[in-house]
Design a protein around this ligand. Structure first.
Ligand SMILES: [Zn+2]
Length: 291
């Protein structure tokens, strides 16, 4: 049996394609590509070249060539396939580039976190992006939105006002618990509020199935309850474990990667204590690597 999770490509609007990847667990993220007049923009490249190759073939099959790639953030499951598109311009926010350079490729940590792909990270050759220009053109009238911080210190989303399609990167999760390990819960809530205000019709999350604006509302409300519980726990001097025991994940009950509730609540408690904030997040970003 192949180690590679199944990919399904959906044309969600004219020329806008979402690649929904496996079940969205750690190391298995979605990607997208947009085609207009024979040239393609790729958004995120998954974890390994073997994964990105399938998307590259889909693009060739549609008679297009890849001109640019955007990495929504620096996590390996969104940049690991960059090498497949090394002939194109690979772009990311300068802060994500910095984070990626600082992080490097911690092979043994990845082997431990993603045992399904153990042994493969040692062979991975990372291609670092170059800074995204201030006014990067996106096919099909797309706009690049920047959020600092949210899931990480800086995350990009891509919005298509005409078709009301939204590519969230890892600001959006569906069926998989989100992970705020490198981010800031309050910032993530702000980012979700901004995306909800756009009233997207089709939402491509970073992990999990295709969704709608309602899925962003579910995620925003989850983080609001994590934030509230974190503040209450700090105010009453509760431990993380005691606070977690009282936590009801509501509509996220049964989602994959449920151990992330504890990590998210811990981040909310750190923020409530003033240990992490917008300014010092860059330093915190180095402590542990993935999401
Ligand atoms: Zn991520």
């Amino acid at each position: 049996m192949s180690v590679w999770p199944e990919q399904k490509t959906h044309e969600i609007a004219d020329g806008i394609f979402a690649v929904i990847h496996g079940d969205g667990q750690m190391g298995v993220s979605n990607a997208s590509f947009i085609i207009e007049r024979g040239s393609a923009l790729v958004v995120d490249t998954m974890t390994f070249p073997e994964m990105a190759m399938q998307m590259a073939q889909e693009i060739v099959h549609r008679g297009a060539s890849v001109e640019s790639v955007i990495n929504t953030h620096h996590h390996v499951d969104h940049v690991g396939g960059n090498i497949v598109f090394s002939h194109a311009r690979i772009l990311a926010h300068p802060r994500s580039i910095q984070a990626g350079q600082q992080l490097g490729l911690p092979v043994s940590i990845y082997d431990h976190l993603m045992p399904r792909f153990k042994g493969r990270f040692a062979e991975l050759e990372l291609v670092q992006p170059v800074p995204l220009p201030e006014h990067q053109a996106v096919p099909r009238g797309g706009q690049i939105l920047t959020f600092s911080p949210a899931h990480t210190a800086t995350d990009l989303a891509v919005w298509f006002p005409e078709s009301r399609v939204l590519l969230t990167g890892d600001i959006g999760f569906k069926g998989v618990i989100p992970l705020a390990l490198n981010g800031l819960v309050s910032g993530w809530i702000e980012a979700l509020n901004a995306l909800i205000a756009l009233e997207p019709v089709v939402v491509v999350p970073g992990h999990g199935a295709l969704g709608t604006c309602d899925d962003l509302i579910v995620l925003r409300d989850y983080f609001l309850s994590v934030e509230r519980l974190g503040r209450e726990a700090v105010r009453s001097g509760q431990s993380l474990r005691d606070a977690l025991a009282a936590f009801d994940p509501g509509p996220l009950t049964g989602w994959l990667e449920s151990e992330r509730h504890a990590i998210n609540l811990e981040r909310a408690m750190k923020e409530a204590r003033g240990e992490i904030n917008r300014t010092n997040l860059a330093a915190a970003l180095l402590s542990r690597p993935l999401g």
